[in-house]
Design a protein around this ligand. Structure first.
Ligand code: UGA
Length: 430
């Protein structure tokens, strides 16, 4: 199948490379010339395990190219997947400007009978609106569908090749048949739903997972107030098959480019439909206030942050990515600096990205290794569970003369082990 993917951001590049690997001819189209130039040379402008290798191999096979040229990319395309960004605007609404601009740019070159699939996260109703919009501008036959994305950063290639399910939101039988055939090689369930249901499913999946995380964080906070240990509670309730022990390690709240944005958008969407008092608004509020609340609490134990030297380990929003959007470090480091601490930061991949997200400060330095970052610090704070951080033997960097605190923001370490290394341990809800 001849496919064009519009938008070579994270989702676009992963989709383009994976669909090429299924022997389709794929063109990645973007208005950003620098991005297209980099991709053409086989360089992915962000860190995602396995993606660059896949990109290079598909380019070598001649199945994957990138361009900024709409005529070249659209004229022959049987399927156009739109994966442009739909960032939240100041009020929390999805901003569909890039989506409409992509649609307007492709229309003059649309091939008769082409399928337009919207992969970007958009509010329910958008597919019908886009369909109406296209029909005001052209009489050419076309089909339209919603094709929401469920991949996770850090495991994007594997998630795309083996998703739990593929959801196709299509009223149009041609679009459904073509998209079903495209995804058949994955060997996973492919379900056909209405376009509105597809987009509701995308928001609901993210909001449900964010809700799970917020729920366990609330329980963890209660455990702090008694002698319970959240890890024991998770073990105990997780054995209930209706609940399960997966996907709710407690921590500094959820981050990344999706959960915070999608929960807030769902809250605003609910309000726009007259559901003022909704769960999603509360989730957003609780997540927003989580980090300052935890840091205020830690201060009661470690003493004032003022003049303390803190090693902050893990700056990205999760392991195996250098994405820092809504990463815990982005709130934690400015909080510590404002409270008078000195911060020594380290991340295996995101040290170079960090200055774009955290203002320079005379008391903030980045270090190329965990050993260097932890030199002479009074507090070690592990924010993200990068393997090289959680597998590190911290007895090697224990400063023997002073008392040292170890803050485990993801409950990745056994408290007894950290104490045996000689630190005072602080986790979440234990
Ligand atoms: C998330 C969803 O998991 C994907 O299914 C979805 O496609 C994607 O958003 C999207 O909408 O594009 P992602 O943001 O890559 O994927 O990351 P997750 O691994 O799901 O983690 C999200 C946040 O929740 C991170 O801050 C993570 O640290 C946090 N988290 C996750 C917890 O605090 N506890 C957990 O148990 C799990």
């Amino acid at each position: 199948m001849k496919i064009t993917v519009i938008g070579t951001g994270f989702v676009g590049v992963v989709s383009a490379a994976v669909f090429a690997s299924l022997k389709n001819t794929v063109t990645g189209l973007d208005i950003d010339e620098a991005k297209v130039a980099s991709l053409t040379q086989g360089k992915v402008p962000f860190f995602e395990p396995g993606l660059e290798e896949l990109l290079i191999s598909q380019q070598a096979e001649g199945r994957l190219t990138f361009t900024t040229n709409y005529i070249e990319a659209i004229s022959e395309a049987e399927l156009i997947i739109i994966a442009v960004g739909t960032p939240s605007d100041a009020h929390g609404h999805a901003d569909l400007r890039f989506l409409y601009s992509a649609v307007d740019n492709l229309l003059p070159f649309l091939k008769d009978g082409a399928i337009v699939a919207i992969k970007s996260t958009v509010p329910p109703g958008t597919v019908s609106e886009i369909e109406r919009h296209i029909k005001t501008k052209t009489t050419k036959p076309f089909s339209i569908a919603a094709l929401p994305e469920f991949l996770r950063e850090g495991t994007a290639v594997a998630d795309t090749l083996k998703p739990d399910r593929v959801v196709v939101g299509a009223d149009d039988p041609d679009a459904w048949e073509a998209l079903k055939a495209l995804h058949q090689p994955f060997g996973v369930p492919i379900i056909k739903v209405r376009p509105e249901s597809a987009h509701m499913a995308k928001y609901s999946a993210n909001a449900y997972l964010a809700n799970r995380i917020t729920f366990i964080n609330q329980i963890a906070d209660l455990c702090e107030k008694n002698e319970a240990d959240i890890e024991e509670v998770i073990q105990a309730i997780g054995m209930d098959k209706r609940i399960g022990s997966h996907y709710w390690y407690p921590g500094f709240g959820y981050g990344g480019s999706c959960f915070p944005k999608d929960v807030r958008e769902l809250a605003v969407y609910a309000q726009s439909k007259g559901e003022e008092n909704n769960l999603f608004s509360k989730l957003h509020e609780l997540n927003e206030e989580r980090i300052p609340k935890l840091l205020d609490n830690y201060q009661k134990t470690v003493g004032s942050w003022k003049n303390k030297t803190v090693a902050v380990l893990g700056l990205s929003f999760k392991p195996h990515t250098n994405d820092m959007r809504e990463a815990p470090s982005v709130k934690t480091i400015p909080y510590l600096l404002a409270a008078g601490a000195q911060v020594r930061a380290f991340d295996p991949q995101a040290n170079d990205t960090a200055p774009f997200f955290i203002h320079d400060h005379p008391h903030l330095s980045y270090f190329p290794s965990l050993e260097a970052a932890t030199q002479g610090v009074e507090i070690i704070m592990v924010l993200i569970e990068w393997p090289e951080i959680i597998e590190f033997d911290f007895s090697r960097v224990r400063n023997q003369t002073e008392e040292q605190w170890f803050i485990d923001a993801r409950n990745q370490f056994a408290p007894t082990k950290v104490e045996a290394w000689g630190y005072n341990y602080l986790g979440i809800g234990r």
